[in-house]
Write a protein that binds this ligand. Structure first.
Ligand SMILES: C[S@@+](CC[C@H](N)C(=O)[O-])C[C@H]1O[C@@H](n2cnc3c(N)ncnc32)[C@H](O)[C@@H]1O
Length: 185
């Protein structure tokens, strides 16, 4: 695992034991997700799949609460899944946000209309190709990209030049933008 995904994972796994403090992360994720919801036109009828939720799946929580959509999160780390499931119970969002073990490279996305790939999910390119094959027709895939100077601290990330659709700029310290890919066939 590269430096930044390892740091974020470590940070979240420790912070989640301090529930009131972990609520502060909402301030960080809410504006990022707001721009992604607008970009992906996510609404309550969407079935959303998040790849890489970590111990504190704030992206999934924000998508569910901002749009009313049902969100399914997968994570390839069983301990993160256990901690995230407890976090979702504490937020009383069971049924609206579901967390399970899985790898974004192999997940069956056929029942989903939107997928979201975390900045720390890897390998991003392989996950994106797999999702664009398996997601439903007209499905949208959102991918977070790091700032150029930070890219070496993440695994294989999608190059923004691969984009076939729209993107939205992000204004936080590590993330440059979120890209939108749409499956047309
Ligand atoms: C630390 S989290 C950050 C996500 C953040 N909490 C959010 O809500 O956007 C990143 C997670 O991605 C998971 N991950 C990395 N690659 C993955 C893959 N191929 N499939 C599923 N999960 C993956 C890691 O196990 C880690 O828990």
């Amino acid at each position: 695992m590269k430096v930044m995904p390892a740091c974020t994972t470590f940070f979240e796994k420790n912070l989640c034991h301090l529930f009131p403090l972990s609520l502060l992360l909402k301030k960080y994720y809410a504006p990022i997700v707001k721009r992604e919801v607008l970009l992906g036109k996510i609404n309550e009828e969407d079935q959303v799949l998040c790849i890489g939720g970590g111990a504190l799946p704030w992206t999934a929580v924000e998508i569910a609460t901002q749009t009313g959509a049902t969100v399914h999160v997968i994570d390839s780390d069983p301990y993160a899944v256990k901690l995230a499931s407890k976090f979702i119970r504490l937020l009383k969002l069971e049924g609206k946000v579901n967390v399970r073990f899985g790898d974004g490279q192999y997940v069956d996305a056929s029942g989903f209309t939107v997928a979201h790939i975390a900045l720390q999910a890897y390998p991003q390119e392989k996950i994106l190709c797999h999702l664009l094959q398996s997601i439903s027709r007209n499905g949208r895939v959102l991918v977070r990209c790091p700032k150029k100077r930070m890219a070496c601290l993440y695994g294989d990330c999608i190059a923004p030049s691969c984009l076939n659709g729209k993107s939205t700029k992000q204004s936080c310290s590590t993330m440059k933008e979120t890209l939108l890919f749409t499956k047309y066939t």
